[in-house]
Write a protein that binds this ligand. Sequence first.
Ligand code: ATP
Length: 322
Amino acid sequence: ALDKEQMQGLRGIREFLKVRTSYDVLPLSFRLVVLDNELLIRKSLNILIQNGIVSAPLWDSSNSTFAGLLTSTDYINVIQYYCQFPDEIDQVDKFRLSSLRDIERAIGVLPLETVSVHPMRPLYEACRRMLKTRARRIPLVDVDDETGREMVVSVITQYRILKFIAVNNEKHTILLKKSVRELGLGTYSNLATADMNSSVLDVIHLMVKHNISAVPIIDKGNKVLNVFEAVDVIPCIKGGAYDELASSVGEALSKRADDFPGIYTCNEDDRLDAIFETIRKSRVHRLIVVDDNNQLRGIISLSDILKHVLLFGEEEDNIRAG
Ligand code: ATP
């Protein structure tokens, strides 16, 4: 019966996502900080920090086009560049946002696929696109009727989508009574972790190697003390002090903004409905799964949740429908 209810809840949410658009997710009024591609990378850091944001669309004013999305991954690429070419620190200081593609090439990482969606397309499409490309945020790009030019309306994130589901779908989310353990939700093996004395650089290398954006910080007894997130690198390199990346995670975490939302934990016996309750109430970007002694068990990313909501039992559904 639990299985049946769970599927009923998931189907309800999927139907909801098919009749809503990305535009519906946006708040009634919002501001969008767009950065000019010719801005110095060094200066972009301060602008993000001053505005309390961790990402922004880029604008190429030479030909009035959307030029991609600036995220913490770009800063991590700059750090990798600095590590590979330490003698070029003066150069790093002069890089502009438009140099980001050259930096990717120099350090040999593949550029992220730039996907965008039209704001009036079904939200379900944006979700599928996110899971397929592993993009955590997708710009909503529209075309101006009069000028025929592209405009970035906003950016949609996994967090915003899950929040939208949590707030508007209580009648479906309360049906999700299966526990994290029963669903196998999240990752429980080969966890990438670090301790308070690890250097920030070590943790960044871990994130790059595992293609993840958060590393739990644990003590000798495997107890969770904190989580270092990709966005935490932004204040670390703010003053151009790349040599400070050799300092400890503990020190870096003390630089977090006062309004840092905190880290969220859950238990393997918690049910998915409770997780949606947490998402409804707070600014959750991932859940660290701990046992009763606060020892690390696993990690549930927003994409793990989105994947479950969209894909769990999908094949059976299609067979039944077909
Ligand atoms: P985000 O929260 O921005 O989506 P993320 O890197 O934590 O970032 P995903 O890209 O969704 O999340 O993670 C991919 C997979 O890696 C997920 O299945 C997640 O459970 C797992 N994962 C996340 N962090 C770790 C970690 N520190 N160690 C091992 N696996 C992890």
